[in-house]
Design a protein around this ligand. Sequence first.
Ligand code: ADP
Ligand code: MG
Length: 481
Amino acid sequence: MPYEPVIGLEVHVQVKTRSKMFTRAAAGYGEPPNTLTDPVVLALPGVLPVMNKAALDRVIKVGLMLGCEIAPVCKWDRKNYFYPDSPKNYQISQYDQPICTGGAVEIELPGPARNLLGEHRRIPLTRIHLEEDVGKLNHAGGESLVDYNRAGTPLMEIVSEPALHSAEEAFAFLTALRLIMIYGGVSDCDMEKGQMRCDANVSVRPVGGQKLGTKVELKNLNSISFVRAGIAHEIKRQTAIVEAGGAMVQETRDYDGQTGTSQSLRSKEMAHDYRYFPDPDLMPVKVDAAWKAGIRAELPELPFDKQRRFFAEYQLPYTITSVLLPDRGLCDFFEEAAKLSGRPQAVGNWIANDLLRELGGARIALAACQVRPAHLAGLVKLVETGVISGNLAKEVFVGMFQSGEAPESIVARQGLRQTTDAGELDQWCAEAIAANPKSVADFKGGKENAINAMKGFVMKQSKGKANPKLVDEILRRKIAG
Ligand code: ADP
Ligand code: MG
């Protein structure tokens, strides 16, 4: 009997705020251990939490971007457990009244893009809630050290419905979600810094079945690629078990990305009883229409909406939009240059090929790049109007990239203007014919391509400045002549 996988993801994303979730201690990464703390973070006696409104603003923003229902009232609950990563012995979270419910993440389905926009599907969400992150334990040399810098950082948890059906789809889900967070300025989602973390729930069932199979939760998937590899491994493992007539046990497993293996951490019987209850130190939060409207006014265009618009408005193909999309700044750069030049497709090509190549070569980000949209638009115009050849334009672009100089000024300073001077062109063509008797004979004998050798000669003599169209005309006339 064939089986199909069913996957639901629980994604934790750190919310980018200056201070922590319930106190004004700074939130940050990479600081000396235990310096981003204060009495609230350390849970000293008598302290009281105060909610960071900016964190809730950002989660509401995410909820609105994803089409979630925003709760008119949400509240804070204590999730009780004993572990050294939380000095309070509980974590403040949201249990039965999360800030967001429903909504969906649009994903691009894996596989080659079957049309100019790719194929998409919306993956429904169960809920999004806000909580506080916990500290970090470092085990080394037989010792365990605790660092509370991360403790209390605002952390949202996004829970998907069990609606993904392959490791590739889970990968696409995380890629799309990450980009939405970045577009919204809500989080940088740098997985190396732990800003985005994912637990994957995986089960298998007979193809076409309605009932969900017993799920296994995979923990410690700390990169999007490890999520994909871990899920693929788990699907194989479960399929082998059920195909052999075995039954799954509900458990939590740890996937090791280095070795590509997993091992059981705990079974359902050992699952925690967190004894959630409303936090008596914090008031429930009312989110009224005005609050939501204020945030709604600042929502960015979603990545795939931008891709659709770039296609509709500029006829920009998938090959270009798919490289622009991951960088919102690059999309803005494109649009500005496209508007200034009136040549969106040429601009798209320049960015996707030349600009990205130079940025990669110089290992710099767009923000540090000296080429401005107006420069690129200017360069495109110089080519369109025949002032410089396409080949020379490539060199001008590199010059622009290195110096930040405007293309018009590079062309003028280096005398790169394409020449249409008849006398000069005539002279170069005559030389080309004299120097290539064999090509002339071949061309006369019907070998159309033989003319290219003479064109190349002229281009070399003119240092790329000869107008190729005129050169072609003059050569043909002279040879026929
Ligand atoms: P738990 O009570 O163990 O936390 P939930 O029902 O809250 O489980 O679901 C947690 C996550 O697991 C969600 O992302 C959900 O989509 C996913 N999930 C639940 N049941 C299954 C299943 N049988 N197979 C795959 N994923 C599942
Ligand atoms: Mg749950």
